[in-house]
Design a binder for this molecule. Structure first.
Ligand SMILES: NC(=O)c1ccc[n+]([C@@H]2O[C@H](COP(=O)([O-])OP(=O)(O)OC[C@H]3O[C@@H](n4cnc5c(N)ncnc54)[C@H](OP(=O)(O)O)[C@@H]3O)[C@@H](O)[C@H]2O)c1
Length: 272
């Protein structure tokens, strides 16, 4: 299978590392800054590098991952249609819908819209994708196999849900990092040295994530497992969950992110 990756920044590099770790592939990476690509993916990725699509004009690929910024997807898809033969196009650009991708792409390519997250760089992404109905069962399996190299994968049958998925899973790592930041600041306010406070928070979140990975227990059940009646956790949670402040904040957070995803989609469709 030969795979083309267009755009090797934060997300593209993470996907390149995953693909080369887990899959038998021929990978070509296109990015304007090849020196940065070499630094980012290092020796772990055996790939042919090109600084633009013209350099690989006339080539055919089984699958292409489009990982450029959303505002560059239209030009990239049009160039792909002119220069390359691509069986499956997988776009990971936020806010670019399948209808737009279809209108910019060659009729010969089948389109998948995927939403990974930055944890792809450690093989722990939650990636969700929507496919055009024309994809065969085998093609869906191929896409799933490739995207699973970045972590966990799920198909979404209705593209309308990709905005909430983006708001929760695409942006989600940043919410966890924000939580970590404020928990560390709170730890420092109790007199703990900053570096030690950060270490405590980091390992506590890693440990909690590990527990979530290894058990089927629900979130309330996991919470209950840490909480003894009259104990310290109960006291802490009584402040954290006082009223509906935390629930309201997270509700507002994902609603705003989902609205932004929808607005980006509208902007992209208007530009087309
Ligand atoms: N970061 C995330 O957490 C995340 C999560 C889900 C989805 N996404 C999506 O993933 C895509 C990439 O995001 P990112 O954060 O990885 O952005 P990024 O770090 O800016 O990476 C984009 C890369 O594409 C390169 N590029 C620009 N023009 C190109 C061209 N014509 N051909 C080939 N490569 C080109 C850029 O090079 P220059 O910098 O030199 O322009 C850069 O290396 C976006 O569409 C984003 O919506 C990102």
């Amino acid at each position: 299978m030969n795979i083309l990756l267009i755009g090797c920044g934060n997300m593209g590099a993470a996907m390149a590392v995953g693909i080369s770790r887990d899959y038998d592939y021929d990978l070509v990476i296109v990015d304007p800054d090849l020196q940065r690509v070499r630094q980012q993916v290092g020796a772990s990725v055996a790939a042919e590098l090109a600084s633009n699509l013209s350099e690989i004009s006339g080539r055919a690929f089984d699958l292409c991952i489009v990982a450029v910024k959303p505002n560059l997807v239209q030009a990239t898809a049009r160039q792909m249609a002119q220069l390359l033969t691509v069986s499956l196009t997988v776009s990971i650009a936020a806010g670019i819908d399948i209808a737009s991708l279809r209108s910019w792409s060659s009729p010969a390519t089948k389109i998948v819209r995927a939403m990974p997250n930055l944890a792809a760089s450690v093989g722990q992404s939650m990636t969700v994708a929507v496919a055009e109905p024309s994809l065969s069962r085998e093609e869906r399996t191929t896409v799933k196999t490739i995207l699973e190299t970045a972590g966990r994968f799920a198909w979404l049958e209705d593209e309308a849900f990709i905005d909430p998925v983006t708001a929760v899973a695409g942006s989600g790592p940043a919410y966890v990092f924000a939580f970590a930041q404020y928990l560390a600041a709170a730890a420092s306010s109790l007199g703990l040295e900053d570096t030690f406070a950060a270490e405590l928070v980091r390992q506590t979140l890693i440990g909690a994530a590990g527990l979530m990975e290894r058990t089927e227990s629900s979130f309330p059940q996991l919470k209950a497992a840490v909480t003894s009646p009259g104990g310290t956790t109960e006291a802490g949670l009584s402040a954290l969950e006082s009223g509906t402040a935390l629930a309201d904040l997270l509700q507002a957070c994902v609603a705003k992110a989902a609205a932004r995803a929808a607005a980006l989609r509208t902007e992209a469709a208007t530009r087309a």
